[in-house]
Ligand binder design. Structure first.
Ligand SMILES: [Zn+2]
Length: 221
């Protein structure tokens, strides 16, 4: 009896094989290659926030404020339209006008090697109430690159930058999805001062993307 393999079975196996390759490719697509941060700067008056002051700090207990408010020393709306900069190399994960109390928001993701543990860690920075957005989702950004301008959320507030740093890269615009603890949030000024200068590393690293929980109308990375 001749050794015979049903061609349909062969095709079926080939089909499954192709599917596995395509599916694993899609999983791999949920990462982006970015430069490790060579350090973190303040988002205004770079690198040291010269000409600006912190009008409100982080507060995780009620009444909560999940980041810092940065204002120009000139007061009032004198800082309206001033540049807002990327605090470190990274990738833009969200850049939209979400209206409500937020207005224009830019979220960026960064990778940095913690000098103490040697481990590569990730963080997100959020810039809120921007007058203008100057980057788009998926764009690689450099430390010190302008990403937008200080705004007032269309007159809702005196112009200022609302700035957050999150250790948790799954929050996105859903702040209530995690407990308000230092496991998930960083004190921006403390974080920036701690990681001001990091060793330059030339080999890029993979960061997870697509980590925000999608919701109706969500358009981020
Ligand atoms: Zn604020």
């Amino acid at each position: 009896m001749p050794h015979y393999v049903n061609p349909w079975i062969v095709r079926c196996f080939l089909g499954i094989f192709a599917c596995v390759i395509v599916c694993s490719g899609q999983l791999a697509a949920q990462q982006a290659k970015i430069n490790l941060a060579s350090g973190f700067d303040f988002p205004v008056g770079i690198p040291n926030a010269d000409g600006y002051y912190k009008a409100r700090g982080l507060r995780l207990r009620a009444p909560q404020h999940f980041g810092e408010d940065w204002n120009g020393r000139g007061g009032g709306d004198t800082d309206l339209g001033d540049p807002v900069y990327a605090v470190a190399d990274g990738i833009v994960t969200f850049a939209y006008n979400v209206r409500t109390g937020w207005g224009n928001v830019v979220l960026t993701r960064h990778a940095y090697r913690d000098p103490q543990s040697g481990v590569v860690k990730y963080c997100d920075t959020l810039n809120g109430h921007l007058d203008r957005i100057m980057v788009r989702v998926g764009q690689q950004i450099k430390r010190g690159q302008q990403i937008g301008t200080i705004g007032s959320n269309s007159g809702m507030y005196p112009a200022h930058l609302h700035f957050e740093i999150r250790h948790n890269i799954h929050i996105g615009m859903q702040r209530n999805s995690v407990p308000a603890t230092f496991e998930h949030w960083a004190d921006p000024t403390k974080f920036i001062n701690q990681y001001r200068r990091l060793n330059r590393e030339w080999r890029p690293v993979l960061v997870p993307i697509g980590t925000y929980q999608p919701y109706v109308g969500f358009k981020g990375l």
